[in-house]
Design a protein around this ligand. Sequence first.
Ligand code: NAP
Length: 245
Amino acid sequence: MRFKDRVALVTGGGRGIGAASARLLAAEGARVAVSDLDDGPAREVADAIGGLAVACDVSDRSQVESMIELTLKEFGRLDVLVTCAGIIRDNLLFKMTDEDWDLVIDTHLKGTFYCARAAQKHMVEQKYGKMVFLSSTSALGNRGQTNYSTAKAGLQGMARTLAIELGPFNVNVNTVAPGFVETRMTRATAERMGVDFETFKLGAASQIALRRIGQPEDIASVIAFLCSDESGFVSGQTIYARGGP
Ligand code: NAP
């Protein structure tokens, strides 16, 4: 029960890595606000864990501020912020549109900035907080992902900077950078490439040192570690969870 008496907010919590994280935090005692773009997936996860469902587009500042206020109104505090909301719009640079760029940057970078800024106010006041942002191995560079890799590298810089700014207030800020994880996002990539998902997964696994792809729970457990007091002296770091170095 590492999160007894703690309140957590997970964006992108209706699916994939966010949903697994919301479930794990709740299983270990947290009261969890499960946020997602659509109400349906958020509600499904929230109902199963006795949490609060919040529909929110993280790229919209007023919606993010309302989401934080609603969480505080319901639970009275906010201790943990996990930002999993994300999308991909892959294309080679010469085919990447302004819309592809803006949508990905706005969701990952601006969305996390809005969430972190709104959450820090309460974390600083209570002198306690944990933030974990979802980066990716794509931060190291990935063909067809100029927008996404820029955003994911940017999130690592954001976490390092916020670790410095918020450290004096006992707020830890870290990122987790997964490799290939089986979710709707990787399924969509296979579909776009015209490859059967099972074949796609086998191909990915063969390139990974542990010879398997990741599951959302593999990432949720790293996120939970960084949200817990076990990692109280870790801040501004990125943990790569990719089944290899
Ligand atoms: P996922 O299953 O697609 O979940 C992402 C969730 O974010 C979806 O429910 C999506 O809603 C939601 N979302 C999209 N745009 C949003 C917005 N503007 N506001 C609020 N929510 C929004 O993907 P996942 O694989 O779990 O990804 C979670 C995070 O891990 C992402 O940041 C992703 O970049 C990162 N990541 C994933 C992998 C991987 O291999 N899966 C690897 C590295 C990093 P809709 O479904 O309605 O669009």
